[in-house]
Design a protein around this ligand. Structure first.
Ligand SMILES: [Zn+2]
Length: 227
């Protein structure tokens, strides 16, 4: 960061971690791995750690409770500057956190004193696959987000177009403006004052020339911001 203009950094935790697992041994191992991730982020002074809610496997309500307990245990064990951002998911299989309401429920189960260290990461491809229609109901989707989670919880945006259909629950990222979401929703986000200072990350396909492709995506998004 001292050598670049980068002013905000985040990490993503391992996909193998499942804090909602009904299996005691797996859950204990997940809490330990997750705590170590958090410890590394604190040591590096990262601004945020993005983490996916777990898979409930057996029943949803118990899974949410276990997930919140796991997050709470890790936050209690590892105190530091990094904000934990729980990422909204596409809702494939038994994964938790694909609706704003369920994410709000999960966060509300974390003790109030720790909750200020937690926020959310909104991935456009995930919420689209989860059924939030960013194309024909942009205002409605973000009104719901504001009501149920609040923009103060929004710590990061993952800007990805999608290869999957609205409501398909499939997590398939696509290049910006080349997928089923299309250009307009990204133009709205890039000019939305509520998200003007929210860090935005791309996780779009890299192709054969990753640096060139990423550069093209970033220039495209910046051109939307310029109007
Ligand atoms: Zn993402």
């Amino acid at each position: 960061m001292t050598e670049t203009k980068v002013r905000w950094t985040c990490a993503h935790d391992s996909y193998l971690i499942n804090l909602a697992s009904p299996d005691d041994a797996l859950r204990a191992r997940s809490v330990e791995s997750f705590s170590v991730e958090l410890r590394r982020c604190h040591a590096l002074g990262l601004d945020a750690l993005v983490s996916h809610p777990g898979n409930y496997m057996d029943d949803r309500a118990s899974g949410i409770a276990r997930n919140a307990e796991g997050i709470t245990a890790a936050l209690e064990a590892e105190v530091g500057p990094t904000r934990l951002l729980m990422e909204l998911t596409a809702g494939q299989g038994t994964v938790l956190g694909s609706t704003f309401g369920e994410m709000a429920d999960l966060l509300s189960r974390i003790p109030a004193a720790l909750r200020r260290r937690v926020g959310v990461c909104l991935d456009t491809a995930h919420i689209w696959a989860a059924g939030y229609d960013l194309v024909t109901d942009y205002d409605g989707v973000f009104a719901q987000f504001g009501d149920l989670l609040g923009f103060e919880t929004l710590g990061c945006l993952h800007l990805n177009d999608s290869k999957a259909k609205l409501g398909s629950h499939l997590d398939r990222h696509e290049l910006i403006a080349e997928g089923t979401i299309g250009e307009q929703a990204f133009r709205r986000i890039m000019t939305d004052e509520r998200m003007a200072t929210t860090p935005k990350v791309i996780e779009t396909p890299k192709g054969d020339t990753p640096a060139e492709t990423d550069g093209r995506m970033l220039r495209l998004l910046r051109s939307y911001a310029a109007g």
